[in-house]
Design a protein around this ligand. Structure first.
Ligand code: GLN
Length: 470
């Protein structure tokens, strides 16, 4: 039904009104302009002809701004399309919005955006998660059928779980990063968010693949033994035992999901990841080290914000970065340069790389006994804006369940696991390298028993376009 929404002026008008109503409350978009679409791009046909979608604002869409949620890029307009946008274009899908995000992807709330405050559609006093918070809020409210985000340490899966939608972090290298503004290049991957699991799978199929413009892209073997038939083959699930320090509602969601699978006759094994407690120090060492190098390019010289009144080139760079970056970004650049400073690499960066290898090995041996691992996505449901419920430090520690998959490079998918106390709880599945299909099947098995929740005020596109409007 989303097909042709933008090709029909009556439908398009109703759709725009629905979006504008929601946007007054949640502010998920930094830009929304379905009128910009040229007739030429709508005339093509294709699998997603006339289907609108939204894009996190660190992914380049030609002629749209590319702010990364930062003042330093506030007025920067992208001169080209990311590889993923080009691929979706050829299927007829139309980018209509750029989504708010934590500045340069650094955060778990989207409150670290310098440009707007995004609210959770389930409770506007709460965050939508981060860093792809706008992308998650928009799909939860039904403003677009899918959105693109990026995931370096959990930024697709964590907001998806706060908003009650699916979020896929593909295998590292499965999707081209050409046109994705780099945060931590060895961890970054573009992912998909949607309420519709089949659609999410289709979009992933469309955007994946090798790209000569990104040398880290890998060829996924379509014949991998990932085609477990849901009806015949039953995947073996694993889950983490012990006290995981979860909030009560997440604990209940986790337990209920495991019990449901056991009741359905699936084999479910308790497992442990020995290196899990070292994930956060390793992740924040590697991610900040890479960020400090990647963000060196924002210096006021070639593009982006430029401070006025500087007298020397050095002064220009200092002032531009001082005025253009927010506090969290500065903190991480400092941390990154600290762990990389000469003579100290052994103590931090190299050690972090060793932990990373240990995590890869831990997971590889786990996947000899199970096929899919179920984990919490985040220890709490959506928290209130500001730091009263969760400080920035606690938010970082809470990344341990998601960042594990980024360090290992394996695919992971967060899925809705029920509504507790009026807020959605999300969990996630991990699968071995390049087994995205298996992940989707695992989520489909769970989704038959635990459906995607509907946020109050949500309307389907059929209802929006066919109904009387509000
Ligand atoms: N919360 C994590 C961080 O702040 C995740 C970031 C991401 O995946 N972009 O680094």
């Amino acid at each position: 039904m989303w097909k042709d929404v933008l090709n029909n002026s009556d439908k398009k008008k109703k759709y725009i009104n629905y979006v504008n109503d929601w946007e007054q409350k949640i502010h998920s978009f930094l830009e929304f302009d379905p009128e910009r679409t040229s007739a030429e791009s709508l005339s093509g046909g294709g699998r997603f002809s006339g289907v609108p979608y939204a894009v996190k604002d660190n992914i380049a869409v030609k002629d749209y701004r590319l702010t990364c949620g930062s003042k330093i890029l506030e007025n920067f307009v992208s001169p080209y399309d990311a590889d993923v946008i080009g691929k979706l274009h050829s299927s007829g899908a139309v980018p209509v919005a750029k989504c708010n995000m934590d500045e340069f992807g650094m955060g778990s709330s989207t409150d670290n955006s310098a440009l707007a405050v995004t609210n959770n559609p389930w409770d506007t006093g709460r965050v939508s998660g981060g860093s792809s918070g706008g992308a998650a809020a928009a799909v939860a409210a039904g403003l677009v059928p899918f959105s693109l985000g990026s995931d370096t340490g959990g930024s697709v899966r964590q907001p998806a779980s706060f908003c009650g939608v699916y979020g896929l972090k593909p295998t590292y290298g499965a999707v081209s990063r050409y046109g994705l503004v780099a945060y931590a290049s060895s961890l970054d991957v573009i992912g998909v968010l949607s309420r519709d699991l089949n659609l999410l799978g289709d979009v992933f199929d469309m955007i994946k693949g090798q790209d000569e413009k990104d040398q880290t892209t890998v060829k996924l073997d379509p014949d991998l033994p990932s085609d477990l038939q849901i009806d015949d083959g039953k995947p073996v699930f694993g889950y983490l035992g012990g006290d995981l320090g979860l909030d009560k509602s997440v604990e209940a969601g986790y337990r209920n999901c495991i019990d449901m699978l056991i009741k359905q006759g699936y084999s479910v094994k308790e497992i442990s990841i020995p290196a899990l407690d070292y994930v956060i120090p390793a992740y924040y060492t590697i991610a900040t080290a890479e960020a400090s190098a990647n963000l060196a390019r924002f210096n006021g010289v070639r593009y982006g914000y430029r401070s006025k009144g500087a007298e020397t080139p050095l002064d220009l760079m200092k002032k531009t970065r001082h005025e253009g970056f927010g506090d969290e970004v500065k903190l991480r650049i400092l941390l990154g340069t600290y762990v990389l400073r000469s003579g100290f690499q052994d103590r931090y960066y190299i050690k972090a790389q060793k932990i990373r290898t240990k995590i890869i090995n831990d997971l590889a041996s786990l996947f000899k006994t199970i096929e899919l691992l179920i984990l919490p996505a985040f220890p709490t449901p959506a928290f209130r804006h500001g730091e009263a419920e969760l400080t920035q430090y606690q938010q970082k520690v809470a990344d341990k369940f998601t960042a594990t998959a980024n360090l290992a490079g394996i695919p992971a998918l967060s899925f809705p696991a029920g509504v507790y106390g009026g807020l959605p709880v999300g969990l996630q599945l991990f699968a071995p390298h390049s087994r995205e299909k298996l992940l989707l099947k695992g989520a489909a098995i769970i989704g038959r028993e635990i459906p995607v929740p509907e946020v109050p005020g949500y309307r389907s596109i059929e209802d929006i376009c066919g109904g009387q409007g509000r």
